[in-house]
Design a protein around this ligand. Sequence first.
Ligand code: NAP
Length: 212
Amino acid sequence: MKLGVMGGTFDPIHHGHLVTAEEARVQFGLERVLFLPNRHPPHKDPADVTDPEDRYLMTFLATVSNPHFSVSRIEIDRPGASYTIETIRALAARHPDAELHYITGADAILQIMRGEWEQSPELLGMCQFIAATRPGFTLDLQTLRGSNCTGRTLDNVHVMEIPALAISSTDIRSRVRTGRPIKYLVPEAVEAYIAKRNLYGWLTPSGSAARG
Ligand code: NAP
């Protein structure tokens, strides 16, 4: 069984993430994709990241309508920094017959190549990696080889260009802060959740109506 594992901070989750997961599912013949919102991204100050439960709930709302998607609390419930290697080990033990495909942004895959993640070489040997790139971000085999100081071959690293990844969480947060629309960038339920919980400096309910 091929299982997709979609790791991210999802602050917030948007249609670029959803298109990426669905594209990976079809291209790589994944039976399902498990979304893994993290608790504490190791490379970020927790004060700069939205509460994990809010990010978990937005991920749940965004994925609920796709029968092939589900959301795991494995990182949300584990205290401390969300090291991916611990997650992959736990998932491999929980799904011994599954071939895991870790899907995330191309920047993250390059960080692993440069050895910047916890136990990068071991991690790189543990599953398949699908690196999603935005338009204008070139990630080819040469770039990967040039960054690779892990001593591992790259046979298990795959690149997927996703035009919809022109959408970014950073841009969405900035749009909310400055009163610009996020409709059609995120699922409706996520937009409603952001407004209801007043995330990212959402102005007022009347402001939200004006955006519609
Ligand atoms: P990030 O550094 O905020 O994002 C880097 C880029 O990748 C951004 O452009 C981001 O776009 C994109 N991206 C992130 N997740 C994606 C996904 N699932 N599919 C497509 N694009 C994605 O990344 P992050 O979300 O905080 O971290 C990515 C994953 O790496 C997380 O699961 C994190 O826990 C893990 N990580 C682990 C370690 C470690 O184990 N030491 C260290 C660093 C990160 P958006 O901003 O639009 O999402």
